[in-house]
Design a protein around this ligand. Structure first.
Ligand SMILES: NC(=O)C1=CN([C@@H]2O[C@H](COP(=O)(O)OP(=O)(O)OC[C@H]3O[C@@H](n4cnc5c(N)ncnc54)[C@H](OP(=O)(O)O)[C@@H]3O)[C@@H](O)[C@H]2O)C=CC1
Ligand SMILES: O=C(O)C1=N[C@H](C(=O)O)C[C@H](O)C1
Length: 261
């Protein structure tokens, strides 16, 4: 059976480097090269042993991969994905920051071109379970707040995981007036961002990787569902699964849970 030909956009980034190593270790995958405007600084970088492009479109035209994995930036991911879909390449998108409307637009394009793609705000299995458990709890405990905590180089807030969690909670939660209606926010932003009547708080600190708590409250009790990615290896089994399954999908699938049994 022929190997799946893979390129990695954002290859020189924190996630991209991890993905390149994972692809190189898997005999079912063939690494065609990376795409990243910033070239690796260290001479010993493994990236330098393979083609490295600065321009996404040029790379896709020249190498013609089956799958392109995108861990770039919220500013560039939509354009990259449109190029990939127009060129018949299946996108595996980990980059966060796409709006729901943008995902729908990409889905339309993917279906027109009969190509499968996946947008997964979190590839860690534990995070997928955390979101599912929060969705279940929201039906019974509608008072809820989300606290997400990430490293201080993150470009988007709230995290893609927090947004997806909020979407799932909002689907199950009955509409309630949460908190005191006469609340006065003394320090602007201290109550976090509002999503569908509940709050999301974003913490950014060095030392953190990717963490989230979903806290539910009720009379005399709280329930806390927490997930921690303590390193970026946590995302690799999910990315690997997505690379192997993406070409069997129809249109853009939103969330790794759709690939799990
Ligand atoms: N879905 C998931 O499970 C996870 C998702 N993420 C998401 O992945 C994204 C990347 O995170 P992270 O690796 O930490 O970020 P980094 O900033 O470390 O890496 C992003 C890389 O992409 C490069 N880049 C920018 N524009 C382009 C482009 N047009 N084409 C190719 N490469 C480009 C950047 O170069 P330069 O620095 O020069 O701009 C940088 O090297 C974020 O959106 C993050 O939220 C992160 C972890 C897990
Ligand atoms: O930027 C990160 O690091 C992460 N981003 C994703 C998100 O926005 O949810 C996934 C994970 O939390 C790590």
């Amino acid at each position: 059976m022929s190997r799946i030909r893979v390129m990695v956009a954002g290859a020189n980034g924190r996630m991209g480097r991890q993905v390149v190593q994972m692809v190189l270790k898997d005999k079912e995958l063939e690494y065609l090269g990376g795409i990243d405007p910033s070239f690796p600084a260290e001479n010993e970088s493994i990236l330098k042993n393979y083609p490295l492009y600065k321009n996404f479109e040029e790379a896709i035209i020249e190498r013609r991969p089956d799958v392109v994995v995108d861990f770039t930036t919220p500013q560039t991911v939509k354009q990259n994905t449109e190029i990939a879909l127009r060129m018949g390449v299946s996108p595996v998108i980990g980059t966060t920051g796409l709006t729901y409307e943008e995902i729908l637009q990409l889905d339309k394009l993917a279906k027109e071109r009969e190509i499968g793609g996946i947008v997964a705000p979190n590839f860690a299995i534990g995070a997928v379970l955390m979101m599912r458990f929060a969705q279940i709890a929201a039906k019974y405990m509608p008072n809820v707040e989300i606290i997400e905590m990430h490293h201080d180089q993150k470009l988007d807030a709230p995290s893609g995981t927090a947004i997806k969690t909020a979407e799932l909670i909002a689907r199950e939660r009955k509409e309630i007036l949460q908190g005191h209606q006469d609340e006065k926010e003394i320090v602007k932003g201290s109550r976090g961002g509002e999503y569908s009547g509940f709050r999301i708080h974003s913490v950014r600190l060095p030392g953190l990787v990717a963490h989230q708590q979903v806290i539910f409250g009720d009379q005399g009790q709280t329930l806390t569902i927490r997930h921690d990615s303590i390193n970026r290896e946590s995302f690799m089994p999910g990315v690997n699964l997505a690379i192997k399954r993406v070409r069997t999908l129809s249109g853009i699938v939103y969330g790794l849970e759709h690939l799990l049994d």
